[in-house]
Design a protein around this ligand. Structure first.
Ligand code: IPM
Ligand code: MG
Length: 358
């Protein structure tokens, strides 16, 4: 049966890297229907909204979404509801993409790219499972109000609401325990239970769900300590599960351990395995349109899509092997370039992956 893929290139380097990913996907000889739609700032320019109804509809009707990146400084002064970031938040919410997988893998060929000592990071393979549709990101009420009482009475006050419902914690817990069971069997739940009620509740539910996974070893860590341990001894982690806000922060930190955020894919899944696949990096408007962006994170996101949403694991392995091969050949985009390697552009890198697939 034909699988429907929505390609949402977005802003900055998004279109360039999405083009390379689409080339690679097209070369696999699969029965795919690929349709492209604008998202983010590009959609705002064309339709006056970062997530126009036509783009949302295309996404909803597809089996999987390949998402480039959104955001550019030129939209920073727009009201919040019209900013490019609302497109990705809106897609996550509308499609119920609650489970976000962010692997941080150090490719042996890139061991020197990390700012940490090679012995600390060599062989690094962490999976961060971030809850993606709840927490303070979406909690209501939020806004600016007048303080009613106390020392700040009469002043304006900005506020947000952090909360997690039991079913929200349970479902991400199951996803994380199942992921850990397929790996080294260690799951670290990160929270701030020493201060936050939401976190204590999260921790209690994690402990309860753990009873169903006797082969997975559950540990708990406060988020401040986790931030520290990630740079002190990152290899001590296998799978990390955490809420939306802490996951946002820790996943950037984990990505940087590998020295190359341009290499890391991500997957965001809902309960029916419909998924959105995007590189972990952003839109990098400073290098947009210059053929400098690393397309590998986007190409590897395509591999995750084949594995999780299209149930074609052997095709995913083909792409991953092709990426390994181009790294072995010494090809490097500027972000991972070092002395002795061959500097290539976005298009050339995509072409090399295509060639390696054959
Ligand atoms: C991410 C990004 C988004 C987030 C932004 C663009 C809204 O930082 O995917 O990590 O905060 O979730
Ligand atoms: Mg982030």
């Amino acid at each position: 049966m034909t699988k429907k893929i929505a390609i949402l290139p977005g802003d900055g380097i998004g279109p360039e890297i999405a083009e390379q990913a689409a080339r690679v996907l097209g070369a696999l000889g699969l029965d795919l229907e690929m349709k492209t739609a604008p998202v983010g700032g590009a959609a705002y320019d064309q339709h006056g909204h970062p997530l126009p109804p036509s783009t949302l509809k295309l996404a909803q009707e597809s089996d999987a979404i390949l998402f480039g990146a959104v955001g550019d400084w030129k939209y920073d002064s727009l009201e919040r509801a019209l900013r490019p970031e609302q497109a990705i938040l809106g897609l996550r919410k509308a499609l119920g993409l609650f489970a976000n997988f962010r692997p941080a893998i150090l490719y042996p060929q890139l061991a020197n790219a990390s700012s940490l000592k090679p012995e600390i990071v060599s062989g690094l393979d962490i999976l961060i499972v971030r809850e993606l549709t709840g927490d303070i990101y979406f909690g209501q009420p939020r806004g600016v109000r007048e303080v009613a009482d106390g020392p700040f009475k009469g002043e304006r006050q900005g506020f947000d609401t952090m909360h997690y419902a039991e079913s929200e914690v349970r479902r991400i817990a199951h996803v994380a325990f199942q992921a850990a069971a397929k790996r080294k069997g260690r799951l670290c739940s990160v929270d701030k239970a020493n201060v936050l009620e939401t976190s204590q509740f999260w921790r209690d539910i994690m402990i309860d769900v753990a009873k169903e996974y006797p082969n997975v070893e559950l540990s708990h860590m406060y988020v401040d300590n986790a931030a520290m341990q990630l740079v002190r001894d990152p290899k001590a982690f296998d799978v990390v599960v955490t809420g939306n806000l802490f996951g946002d922060i820790l996943s950037d930190e984990a990505a940087m351990l590998t020295g190359s955020i341009g290499m890391l894919p991500s997957a965001s899944l809902n309960a029916s395995n419909q998924g959105l696949y995007e590189p972990s990096h952003g839109s990098a408007p400073d290098i947009a349109g210059q053929d400098k962006a690393n397309p590998l994170a986007m190409i590897l996101s395509t591999a995750m899509m084949l594995r999780y949403s299209l149930d074609l694991p052997e095709q995913a392995l083909r792409i991953e092997a092709a990426v390994q091969k181009v790294l072995e050949q010494g090809l490097r985009t500027p972000d991972i370039h070092e002395a002795g390697s061959e500097l290539v552009g976005t298009t050339q890198m995509g072409g090399a992956v295509l060639k390696a697939l054959a």
